[in-house]
Design a protein around this ligand. Structure first.
Ligand SMILES: Cc1cc2nc3c(=O)[nH]c(=O)nc-3n(C[C@H](O)[C@H](O)[C@H](O)COP(=O)(O)OP(=O)(O)OC[C@H]3O[C@@H](n4cnc5c(N)ncnc54)[C@H](O)[C@@H]3O)c2cc1C
Length: 388
């Protein structure tokens, strides 16, 4: 049995009933047509009586910690019992008023208070579009002139970034910033570099995200490493492959610019693994959070740690997965003593719909092959001698 096939460890926290429920769910999302129908109809169907409760008992229960911070803390404690840490992820998306952005900002500030000195919550994360409109980031990225009203919105975004990073610095809590669409990323990157220069003088408090499905990110990483070395501050990266590939390719085609995405999966994998190894080799100055469900990439980092006689729980090297996915990786790595943290998304059921739809789409069958999650659950059902 290969390392990540130990379903007894992976699903230790799931009762027989919960496992059966997870099986029914992954069996349903495995069907492309059903997931597509759900993705199309849910934004309006969620208002039909009963649909919200159904969602809460199924997809939401699998992928989210709860509707509130407080509800999610139960999940945080539960997985901590298996040595897996949590990253509370306020997953409300698609809100676009200044009040909504301020609410999100206040939520992140409150999570920093919970994370302070709390070994269960080693990182606090936010999405740039939680703090401001994508159009503002896009215009700033393109160097376009902002109207007075847009300038005000940009000032608010900068204020929110700064307050969160400053609080992280004061309370010794690491702040991680998600990456979204490439066309808004330059504005985010510049802001994050500014935050790193301010707050990463003694250690890496502010962590950016690299999406390795972009063909320019390995070069970006190396440029940032050089700059940090020259100027004497610390940097850190969550390394992911990237979640918006179709959208990126479509926009590039529509607007007639070269796609920022790698030509094929193998190129993304190659750059992902190179980035992980480059950071591990430079861990004195760069912190690594390998956010992936790819077993091969996890093995590459494990091998590096082993070959170089590093501590498995070296605080510069972290593995990360999403709640409800790849428990076979998270719990097995944690059981072996590596640093592992899972995103624990939360928010009102109706507001986390875009997040849940992305997760369902990720788990549909590919080329007629059922998803890896479904295979693992079926293996565990068999091991427990439960009917499918
Ligand atoms: C803890 C955590 C945090 C995350 N944070 C972010 C974030 O901030 N921003 C973000 O965008 N995503 C984020 N993600 C999502 C992440 O990008 C997806 O989980 C990831 O795309 C799935 O890739 P994988 O590494 O698990 O491996 P795999 O399942 O092996 O890889 C799938 C990925 O490979 C890439 N790919 C697939 N086909 C091709 C192709 N033909 N050409 C080029 N590339 C291809 C795509 O990125 C695709 O998603 C996060 C994931 C985790 C676990």
């Amino acid at each position: 049995m290969s390392l990540f096939e130990n379903t007894a460890i992976a699903f230790k926290l799931k009762s027989n009933n919960e496992l059966r429920k997870a099986h029914a769910l992954f069996k349903a999302v495995d069907k492309n047509w059903l997931t597509n129908l759900g993705a199309w109809s849910l934004p309006w169907a969620i208002h039909i009586p009963g649909v919200k409760s159904l969602m809460k008992a199924t997809v939401f229960a699998q992928f989210c910690g709860g509707e509130t911070r407080k509800e999610s803390l139960q999940t945080v404690e539960q997985i901590y019992g298996q040595n897996v840490k949590s990253i509370l992820d306020y997953s409300v998306e698609g809100k676009e008023s200044e009040e909504d952005y301020e609410r999100c900002f206040n939520e992140i500030m409150a999570i920093i208070d919970i994370a302070e000195g709390n070994p269960m919550i080693p990182f606090v994360v936010f999405k740039p579009t939680g703090f401001g409109n994508i159009d503002i980031y896009t215009k700033v990225s393109a160097g376009d002139k902002l109207s007075p009203n847009e300038e005000k919105q940009w000032q608010n975004i900068q204020r929110r970034f700064k307050a969160v990073c400053e609080k992280g610095h004061t309370k010794d809590v690491t702040i991680m910033i998600d990456a979204e669409e490439s066309w808004m990323q330059d504005a985010v990157d510049d802001l994050v570099v500014e935050m790193m220069q301010l707050y990463n003088q003694k250690r890496c408090v502010v962590v950016n995200t690299l999406q390795m499905y972009r063909h320019d990110r390995l070069t970006y990483l190396k440029t940032q490493a050089k700059l940090a070395k020259e100027e004497g501050y610390y940097i850190g990266f969550k390394v992911v492959r990237g979640a918006y590939m179709e959208k990126e390719r479509e926009r590039a085609k529509e607007k007639g610019y070269p796609s920022p995405i790698q030509p094929d999966k193998a190129s993304t994998d190659r750059d992902y693994n190179r980035a992980v190894l480059f950071i591990a080799e430079n861990k004195e100055r760069i912190s690594l959070f390998a956010g992936t469900h790819n077993e091969q990439s996890c093995k590459i980092l494990m091998d590096y740690i082993g070959k170089n006689d590093l501590d498995k729980d070296d605080n510069q090297l972290w593995f990360g997965q999403l709640l409800g996915m790849s428990d076979n990786i998270s719990f097995v790595l944690a059981d072996l003593g590596y640093n592992v943290a899972k995103y624990v998304p939360y928010g009102p059921v109706r507001d986390v719909m875009p997040y849940l739809i992305r997760r369902a789409q990720e788990n549909t069958s590919v080329a007629g092959q059922s998803s890896r999650e479904l295979d693992l659950i079926e293996k565990e059902l068999k091991r427990r001698k439960l009917e499918n």
